[in-house]
Every structure is written in structure tokens, then in C-alpha cells.
Write a protein that binds this ligand. Structure first.
Ligand SMILES: Nc1ncnc2c1ncn2[C@@H]1O[C@H](COP(=O)(O)OP(=O)(O)OP(=O)(O)O)[C@@H](O)[C@H]1O
Ligand SMILES: [Mg+2]
Length: 309
């Protein structure tokens, strides 16, 4: 695996402003992604997984303004502060997307072949005829039977699994260097989930893509991810995969904090059985722990590291 990162995210903070509220769903997130690597982003509902990936590319719903600070270098280009034109030229071309809900992401009134062909026309400059041929190739590549018939169908005529395959065909039509897949298997039954995941991994290695896989499903993480980032109230931790092997996964009591209210100390403090006074004083910075090479935004672990030093 090449060590050259395709994505370097540093101190990413996102405030969302709507007519009624201001929330900070992303707060000082740092991560890197190498070419061909798969990073899984997991975390409870509302922890900021989707906003982290989609807001910086201008993909928030109408009526929501995203104030973004920090740095996102994608293939050496700075995305924070880029104009709409630049972001539009990256979306669907260098960065492909699979959205959380394929039914609402696909256009219900257009045949699926046309929707795939449009990406090839727009981003690869193909003629309508060449793009139709490309759409047929892609339909075959994502493993749909009777491809000529599928091209002419509308999204509502397809099963959930087939709609997800169409979404994947659209996402990879321009051969992106990064694919962001937001819960690509959540709405599917277990057998189809496994097929879609296998397909994504196959396409990833064929096209040499990096992939961000947002998921709730630890089975998906175990089967597909090289690294995992856990989000909680807009921040994250990156546990090492080998640390989790053989240990039991425990659920947590309590609920995540409300993001609209200011968080002064550690956002996790109310649910933490180890909290000390220092945890409530300020948002903890990432500092070394007793494990060499591992940092944590956790005063308890940071104090222990000092004691062990
Ligand atoms: N359209 C929006 N308008 C206002 N606030 C929003 C909007 N989308 C997200 N948020 C805020 O950002 C927070 C994070 O949302 P996000 O969609 O990133 O969560 P998520 O981790 O992807 O959750 P899920 O697992 O349910 O998809 C939410 O808790 C909410 O406070
Ligand atoms: Mg989400």
C-alpha cells in the first residue's frame, strides 16, 4: 500500500447554521487516508459522520449553511475555502459518493441508464452515444443481470440491492480516486449487504481507489476496513484493530450530548466511569497516552501517561 496520503484532514471544525439553530457537529477532527486504503467511520446516530464527509464538498441540504474551518488537502488541493465551482468539478469526478438513502439520491423520473450516462457525459466529456455504452459497461461491472433491460428501467422498478448497485455505478462512472460510501449497506438484508460490500472492495482494488466507509455495522468494519475512526459529539478516536481482537464489545449507558448546547469539558464525561475533575475544565486536547505512539483527548489517560513516564 502506498504511504502517500490522498486526503489529509486537520483540525476540521464545522458549524451548521439553520434559521433556528447553530450546532457544531464536527469539532477538531484530524485524519489521513492513503491511496487504496479503506477508513471506516463509525459512531452513534448524530455523531457527525455524514457532516464530516459531505459538508466540506458543499453537499448540505438547502437552508443549512456550513461554516468550515481547518484544512482538508485532497490530492494536494485545499478544499476548505474553495469556491463552489471547484467543489462542483471534484464531486462525482475525483470524488464519488454513495448516499445514505439511494431512493432519494436517484432521480425517480429518469431511467437508470440515463442517470449513469450523464456522469460520463459531464465528467469524461463523452458523447451521448459513448456514454450509453459506458453506462452498459458499468451496469455489467456492478453485477446487474439483463443489463440492456436494466438500463431502461426507472429506480422504482428495482429492488433495494439493485438500486444500490446503480448508485455504485454512478459513483464510479468517472473512476474517482476517492469513494465516500455513507451507510451503503444499511437498508439491505444481510445476504445482499455482503454482496454489495464484496462488490465495493472488488471495484476499489480494480480502480485503485481510497474509500471512506461510513457505517453503524461493526461486521462491515471487520470485513472491509483497514482503519477505524470512531466519532463522538463531533470528535474522534482511532483505536487500533489489533487492540479489539479477542475482547468483548460493551455498550454504554446514557445518550450523546445535545450538540446545540456549548460543551465546556470532555463531551464524553457524563457517560464515563473514569472521569476526574480535569475532564470538566476544558475540551481536552489530544496528548500522549502510556501506549507509545497513541494519543487521546482524555485527561485520565494523559495523567496516567505522565505518572508512568
Ligand atoms: N440538515 C441539518 N440541519 C441541521 N442540523 C443538522 C443537519 N444535518 C445534521 N445536523 C446536525 O449535525 C449532527 C450530525 O449529523 P450527521 O448527519 O453527521 O450524523 P451521523 O453521524 O451521520 O448520524 P446517522 O448515523 O444517523 O446518519 C446532527 O446531530 C445534527 O445536530
Ligand atoms: Mg449519517
Amino acid at each position: 500500500m502506498s504511504s502517500e496520503p490522498i486526503l489529509r484532514v486537520k483540525d476540521l471544525t464545522i458549524d451548521l447554521l439553520t434559521a433556528h439553530t447553530v450546532v457544531r457537529p464536527v469539532d477538531g477532527v484530524v485524519y489521513e487516508l492513503s491511496r487504496r486504503e479503506t477508513l471506516a467511520i463509525v459512531g452513534e446516530s448524530g455523531s457527525g459522520k455524514t457532516v464530516t464527509c459531505f459538508a466540506p464538498l458543499g453537499l448540505m441540504p438547502v437552508g443549512v449553511q456550513a461554516d468550515i474551518s481547518g484544512s482538508i488537502l485532497f490530492d494536494s488541493r485545499q478544499l476548505v475555502g474553495s469556491d463552489n465551482e471547484t467543489l462542483r468539478s471534484l464531486r462525482g469526478k475525483s470524488i464519488g459518493f454513495i448516499f445514505q438513502d439511494p431512493m432519494s439520491a436517484l432521480n425517480p423520473a429518469r431511467r437508470v441508464g440515463r442517470q449513469i450516462a450523464e456522469v460520463a457525459e459531464l465528467h469524461l466529456g463523452m458523447t451521448a452515444r459513448a456514454a450509453e455504452t459506458r453506462a452498459l459497461e458499468l451496469i455489467k461491472m456492478v453485477g446487474m443481470s439483463d443489463p440492456e433491460i436494466r438500463l431502461k428501467q426507472y429506480p422504482h422498478e428495482l429492488s433495494g440491492g439493485l438500486r444500490q448497485r446503480v448508485m455504485i455505478a454512478i459513483a464510479i462512472a468517472a473512476e474517482p480516486t476517492l469513494l465516500v460510501a455513507d451507510e451503503p449497506t444499511t437498508a439491505l438484508d444481510v445476504t445482499v449487504q455482503a454482496q454489495i460490500l464484496r462488490l465495493l472492495k472488488e471495484i476499489q482494488s480494480r480502480m485503485n481507489m481510497a474509500m471512506i466507509l461510513i457505517t453503524h455495522d461493526m461486521g462491515v468494519v471487520a470485513g472491509a476496513a483497514d482503519r477505524v475512526m470512531v466519532m463522538y459529539a463531533g470528535r474522534h478516536a482511532i483505536p487500533r484493530k489489533q487492540d479489539a481482537i479477542g475482547s468483548r464489545f460493551r455498550g454504554l449507558p446514557g445518550v450523546p450530548p445535545i450538540l446545540g448546547a456549548p460543551i465546556t469539558g470532555c463531551a464524553f464525561m457524563p457517560r464515563c466511569g473514569y472521569a476526574v475533575d480535569a475532564c470538566g475544565e476544558r475540551r481536552p486536547p489530544f496528548l500522549p497516552t502510556a501506549v507509545p505512539g497513541v494519543s487521546a483527548a482524555c485527561p485520565v489517560l494523559n495523567i496516567r501517561a505522565k505518572e508512568c513516564a
